[in-house]
Structures are given as structure tokens and as C-alpha cells.
Design a protein around this ligand. Sequence first.
Ligand SMILES: Nc1ncnc2c1ncn2[C@@H]1O[C@H](COP(=O)(O)OP(=O)(O)OP(=O)(O)O)[C@@H](O)[C@H]1O
Length: 372
Amino acid sequence: MSTVSLQHIKKTYEGNVTAVHDFNLEIADKEFIVLVGPSGCGKSTTLRMIAGLEDITDGDMFIDDTRVNDVEPKDRDIAMVFQNYALYPHMSVYENMAFALKLRKMPKDEIDKAVRQAAEILDITTYLDRKPKALSGGQRQRVAIGRAIVRNPKVFLMDEPLSNLDAKLRNQMRAEIIKLRQRIDTTFVYVTHDQTEAMTLGDRIVIMKDGLVQQIGTPQEVFDHPYNQFVAGFIGTPQMNFYQAQLVKEGDKYAVKLADATVVLSDEKQANLAKNNVQSQAITLGVRPEHITLEKTTAGTVSGTVGVSEMMGSSIYLHVTACEKDTVIIVQTRDLEGDYLKDFAANATIQFSFPGNVCHLFDPKTELNLEG
Ligand SMILES: Nc1ncnc2c1ncn2[C@@H]1O[C@H](COP(=O)(O)OP(=O)(O)OP(=O)(O)O)[C@@H](O)[C@H]1O
């Protein structure tokens, strides 16, 4: 059992910078939690408070049933992997991995067993005698993870462990971490600014901005039901488009009005808006590029002029200036039939519609999702 409970956690650094405000999270045993957000949002500070490397200004932190606010890092039974590996250069891979266990005065044969088992899991057995400088970046990162695994910690903390690796290696190591997770039964807290890493690794992800939690949920929940415009824009690539529009309530039915087009909302959206007693108002309509449909007719559709078209192989990203609002939006289309190079060339005019079942409606002032 290794649960972590953060209750009203706050961190104010000297000089009065509040890096984390009222952070609340119950991490379940063996759960993989990812803290994600832009630079400076407070994710490393939160992780370092769990590790015990930063004092907690206010609130309570528990690992299992023990309040750990004042427990030394070495007594918390956690292991942390950093972005810059921090391997000892003069020690071999084996010695690097064995070091913490030697300090604990673990018997030699047990150390050997733990190191070899971790090396096996990480596929680094053949490098055990090498020094770190004779390893690639990916291999060094595996050793850093191995050094943490051998300690068999209650909680595994990782702070941007892949950010020093090139894109290809990062993808490989991401898959390795998923495998690792299946093999070692531990609770993970993982920090990244990369939403793809967050989406692919997390059981739940915590999206932060300016020291405040914006939303906590499964990857699917935060993708399908973002609480606010920030989460909507942060999660998903290419980014969600935002378009100024008008929500109109006629009788008990809602519709989104654009200059030349109307978006008919699904029954579920109608019900959510009614439940929140939303009235007619200006809105920011959020639509993901992959959800926009190209249309052949100008009647009842939005028109736009193609600026740039990016061929991605199986689809094209069209950067389109919508005539009505002069707003640039990205349309992703897989419609590669016919003379698409000409149809989607720069300055071509295209028509499209926004879907009424997978769009999002935000209040332009509060930026909150009107569906709640
Ligand atoms: N030791 C410190 N003293 C004062 N302010 C600090 C200290 N460490 C961090 N901060 C501030 O706290 C805020 C949060 O920093 P933190 O490192 O937790 O963010 P982050 O989300 O991990 O960012 P990054 O992705 O850039 O590492 C920032 O405004 C940062 O400048």
C-alpha cells in the first residue's frame, strides 16, 4: 500500500512568490499521476514537496497514514529521477545502481540480486561494467531509473525524465516507462510540460497553471470535458480552435449562431446548458481541428481562405482565415480525394461546418465551460 494525500498544500518561497496554491489530490495505491502545465506553473515545486526537498508552507501531506510534512526525504521511502540523470561519473553502472543500497548496509548478495533484477527489467545488463560516459543519453536515463528501482520505493517520483532526449528516443523511453510501470507495482508521480507524455502515461493527469490546479481527470475526461479554455487549449494537438459566437436560447432550445451558419447542439449539450440555466450570451466556441467538416456548399456554412496547408501524410492541416471573423483556425482533413493539392492551395476558398456534438462552449469572461 502506498497512497499519497495532498491536503490544501501551499508553497510560498522567500520573497513572497506563491508557487502552489491550495493543492488537493488523493493519489491511490499504484496509481500513475502526471502533473502537467507550462513552465513555472508549480509542478516541480509540488513534486519536490512530496519528495521532502522543499518545505511545505501550509497544508498536510500524508504518505499512507503518516503525516510527512516534517519527515526527512531519506525517511519517506520515495525515489526520484531527475531530468539530468545525476549519475556518478567515476562509478560503473553497477556501482551507480548499488550505491544507495550499500549506504543502507544491505548484504552484498541482496544488493547483487536487486541490481541484476533492475538491470534485467531495463535491459541494461550488458552495460553493467561501463562508466556513464560510455553510454548514450537513453541508456544513462535507464541507469538513473534503475538506481531508483533497486530501492523498491513506496512512491516513484519523476521530474521531466525524458526532456534531455531527442524526439525519437523520447518516444521509445515513453514506451519503456509504460512497460516499467506494468512490471513494478508502485505509485508514480511524474512531472512533464508535454501534454502527449501526460496523456499517454497518466491514469489521471493534473493540469496546472500559475500554481493553481485547473483540472484533475483521466486523459479522456480532460480531453472530452475540459473545465475551462486553458485546459481545452493545452490538451490535444493540433490545438483546439476558438471562435467568437453567440449562444441563442429560443424556448427551451439552444443554438450557436455564426454570421452565416448555425450550429445545432446535441441533446446532451442542450441538457447540460439547461441544467446550468445558461441564457443567451456571447460565447467562445471551441472546436478541435479534427472535428471540423469540409462542406461543398456555401449555404449555411462558414467560408474561409487557406493560408498555409501542411501535408502530414495521412491528413492535411489547413490554416484557414475564416472570412466572417478574420480568425485563423486550423482544419484537419483526411479528405485527400480528387485534386486536393489544388483545392487546398494557398488562397483557395473553402467551406466548412462546426459539429454540434463535440464542440465546447466557453464564457468569454470567466473562460469556464458553460456545460460545467
Ligand atoms: N527556490 C525558489 N525561490 C523562489 N521562487 C522559486 C523557487 N523555485 C521556484 N520558484 C518559482 O516558483 C514558481 C514555480 O516553479 P516550478 O519550478 O515549480 O515550476 P514548473 O512548473 O516546474 O516549471 P518548469 O517546467 O519551468 O520547471 C515559478 O514562478 C518559479 O520562478
